[in-house]
Design a binder for this molecule. Structure first.
Ligand code: SF4
Ligand code: F3S
Length: 104
């Protein structure tokens, strides 16, 4: 499966939503996650994310995000239509450690 990682937090560009053939993205306040059981591993979303937040779960740091993607995809609503990114998305794209923002 592919997973959404830290770089999505407060960026939420949502280009990924438009290309996913199975609509397996779920939306929280500050980021999106992928439902690992629904993702068909097509990989088309990975290059579409301007923040490079989407990775295969086999890649080092992505592994720890798998659990979070699984948890929150059960709690958050499905998103199938791309909305607007936050006004300050480009600012947050430059911030490296954003995990504390996840809860803000
Ligand atoms: Fe959707 Fe394919 Fe990305 Fe999985 S890899 S989230 S199926 S676009
Ligand atoms: Fe997030 Fe990238 Fe999608 S910033 S909303 S994973 S396009």
């Amino acid at each position: 499966t592919y997973v959404v990682t830290e770089a999505c937090i407060k960026c939420k560009y949502q280009d990924c939503v438009e290309v996913c053939p199975v609509d397996c993205f779920y939306e929280g306040e500050n980021m999106l996650v992928i439902h690992p059981d629904e993702c068909i591993d097509c990989g088309v979303c990975e290059p579409e994310c301007p923040a490079e937040a989407i990775l295969p779960d086999t890649e080092g740091e992505a592994e720890k995000w798998l659990e979070l993607n699984r948890d929150y995809s059960e709690k958050w609503p499905n998103i199938t239509v791309k909305g607007d990114a936050p006004d300050d998305a480009d600012e947050f794209a430059k911030v490296e450690n954003k995990f504390e923002q996840f809860f803000s």
